[in-house]
Write a protein that binds this ligand. Sequence first.
Ligand code: 5RP
Length: 233
Amino acid sequence: MKWESSLMEHLQWSDTITNRESKERLARMIAMRVQEGEVIGAGSGSTVYLALLAIAERIRTENLHVTVIPASMEISMECVRLGIPQTTLWMCRPDWTFDGADEVDPDRNLIKGRGGALFKEKLLISSSNRTFILVDESKQVSFLGSRFPVPVEVFPMALPYVEREIRAMGASRTQLRPAKGKDGPVITESGNLILDAWFSNIHSSLEKEIKSVTGVIENGLFMGYDVEVMVAK
Ligand code: 5RP
């Protein structure tokens, strides 16, 4: 079908996945957890994509019935391509959710949002009774902020104000995230900007402090969420 083939052209995961073998092990593990008739939240990123491949395989070979609530348009398009039925948070609540992360500390606090889908990912995780975070060893850090800045999704007109407030909270540096391979900034699915903020001290109340700034839609800190972390060596 013409529509499907043009859809395929926009899906470009294949050669760009880091630590692919570890992520494939996680993908198989999460796919085995899926039970007949469940509704499952799927975050975003390459680990989630690989898990969807493994779930699609079970749908094909075992005639498993499963419905996915995707956290991004990209993941939704993958579900279309793989023939995985979808629904939305308007229709129902997920039985459980799986997602990746960029950093995980020893207390299971997370930084997410390298893919820019942090708002819908947090909405999905907050709507779920149970969440599995799938990470390879490279994502484990002794403290958050070791490798990545905190992504902050910002309503465009609020950018100068939010940037000042975030710096006043102790960010040593802030940068508007540039779009990959073209001029201009990243624009999220909700039409907002991503401001990356570097903090040397990420404390337990920082997530809520950032969120309280007018113009901040969401941020990529997940402090104290009841998540189960699955690590692949
Ligand atoms: C996207 C995310 C991803 O879960 C995170 O970036 C991990 O991605 P990957 O599985 O590709 O390593 O938070 O917003």
